[in-house]
Structures are given as structure tokens and as C-alpha cells.
Design a protein around this ligand. Structure first.
Ligand SMILES: Nc1ncnc2c1ncn2[C@@H]1O[C@H](COP(=O)(O)OP(=O)(O)OP(=O)(O)O)[C@@H](O)[C@H]1O
Length: 243
């Protein structure tokens, strides 16, 4: 058996409070280069908060995050982008009046990551945005807006990519296509964390999942095993959702 790869990101005991409420109550997980890790769990379990803390949108109130061996907890988003971490948002946030090409140019200029960023033309072609390259972002449909959000993140040359509900609202053909793109990024060595509610999509692309409940991990392993664990079944189907 080959040894476990060294994690690129390690989160230990992450805490995030909003007033007296613990959105993250001591979350621990890691992800390695080339790995696709799924963060799953019921609504409000802290998945997006975890992404927000790792991407620098929120400073953690406790715990430790290291990226490539360096402590990064509390660093601002732009510094993390320059170190090699970038993300997409549940609701894409392009510059609506700028064209698709200009949006990517801004991201390229903002990036300055140590990794060599891809060219605009290759991104436009590979992510099916060439036809709308000179249209303002506000003209794009849902899948194009989501794709542009992904491309803007990729233009900064991340080695760790955080995807927050990228698949929401995509049809089955679009899902297959975006899944193949995400897999090829991982095959090229990128570490990817995916927050998603669509279990079929999670099953299709992830190597491993962390199941979260109330700000903590309750399971780590493959989704195929997770769905047989009573505590996991209980948090997805129990409580207020029980028949
Ligand atoms: N800025 C904030 N201020 C106050 N509470 C917040 C804030 N952000 C998140 N929360 C709360 O923290 C908890 C976790 O929210 P989070 O968005 O991380 O959950 P989630 O697992 O991503 O949920 P969903 O699947 O619905 O997106 C929720 O109870 C939410 O209301």
C-alpha cells in the first residue's frame, strides 16, 4: 500500500462563534494534493462557515489551520489567494458590468500565486466561455455564472480550491461536465474541498467525505460507508425530518 500523502491543509479543532452560538465547535480535518474531499451535512451544520474560515472571510475563534506547513488562521482572503488558496461562492459574485474576459483578467492580476496560472484563452475554451467572452457577466445564465466563478478562482493559480455548492441548479449533463473538470484539476495535483448537498455528485467526485453536524465532524471516510453509519443516517433523516 502506498503511504498517505502529506496534507496540504490541516485544520485542527477549528472554532467559529457568532455571539454565543458555535457554528464550528472544534472541527478537525485535512486534505492532500490531488484529493477531492467532500464536506457534507444537514443545513446549518457549518460547512460554509468552514470554507469561510479557511478562505479568510472569517477569522477563527480557536483552533489551528496550516497550509503547506504554515499557520494561516486569521490571514485575510487576498493573502491566502497569494499563498495558493481560492474559492467559489454559493451565489457567484462576478463584476456584473465587466465582460467575462475582463473578469478573468482581474482575477489573473489579483492572483500572483506561486503556481503558473493558465492563459485566458485556454480557460475560455476549456470552460466553454469562449462564445460569451466579450459579453458582460450580467448576461450569463446560471451555469455560465457558476463556471465564470470557478474560472476566476482558477485564474489565480490555487493549489487548494474550495467549491461551495458549485453544482446547485445544474442539470445532469452540466453536472457530468463540471464533475469531469473538477476531477481533471485534482488529477493535475490540486487539492479540492467540495461543499455540496447533491449526494450523487459527491459520490461521483469525492475520494473521501467529512460528515458534519452542529459544527463538528461525526464521520470521515467514503460516502458509501457514511450512508450505512447510524449516526450519519440520524442527522440526515432524524430530528425534525423524521417521518
Ligand atoms: N454571519 C453569521 N452570523 C450569524 N450566524 C451565522 C453566520 N453565518 C452562519 N451562521 C450560522 O452558523 C450555522 C452554520 O451555518 P453554515 O452556513 O456554515 O451552515 P451550512 O452547513 O453551510 O448550511 P447550508 O447547507 O444550509 O448552506 C447556521 O446556524 C447559521 O445560521
Amino acid at each position: 500500500m502506498s503511504p498517505e500523502p502529506t496534507p496540504i491543509l490541516q485544520a485542527d479543532g477549528l472554532v467559529k462563534r457568532f455571539g454565543g452560538f458555535y457554528a464550528l465547535g472544534g472541527l478537525t480535518f485535512h486534505v492532500a494534493p490531488g484529493e477531492i474531499l467532500g464536506l457534507v451535512g444537514p443545513n446549518g451544520s457549518g460547512k460554509t462557515t468552514a470554507i469561510n474560515v479557511i478562505s479568510g472571510l472569517y477569522a477563527p475563534d480557536g483552533g489551528r489551520v496550516t497550509f503547506e506547513g504554515r499557520s494561516i488562521g486569521g490571514l485575510a482572503s487576498h493573502r491566502l489567494v497569494h499563498l495558493g488558496i481560492n474559492r467559489t461562492f454559493q451565489v457567484p459574485k462576478p463584476f456584473l458590468s465587466l465582460t467575462v474576459r475582463q473578469n478573468i483578467e482581474v482575477a489573473l492580476a489579483y492572483g500572483r500565486s506561486a503556481s503558473a496560472p493558465p492563459s485566458i484563452e485556454s480557460l475560455l475554451q476549456e470552460y466553454r466561455l469562449a462564445e460569451v467572452a466579450d459579453r458582460p457577466a450580467q448576461d450569463l445564465n446560471n451555469v455560465q455564472q457558476k463556471t465564470l466563478d470557478l474560472v476566476r478562482a482558477l485564474a489565480t493559480g490555487p493549489r487548494l480550491l474550495l467549491l461551495d455548492e458549485l453544482a446547485a441548479g445544474l442539470n445532469p449533463t452540466e453536472l457530468d461536465w463540471i464533475a469531469s473538470r473538477i476531477r481533471s484539476l485534482a488529477q493535475a495535483g490540486m487539492a479540492i474541498i467540495v461543499v455540496e448537498h447533491l449526494m450523487g455528485f459527491i459520490e461521483q467526485i469525492t475520494d473521501r467525505v467529512i460528515v458534519m453536524n452542529a459544527g463538528k465532524e461525526i464521520f470521515e471516510g467514503t460516502l458509501a460507508v457514511a450512508v450505512k453509519v447510524p449516526e450519519v443516517i440520524e442527522v440526515f433523516l432524524g430530528g425534525e425530518h423524521a417521518a
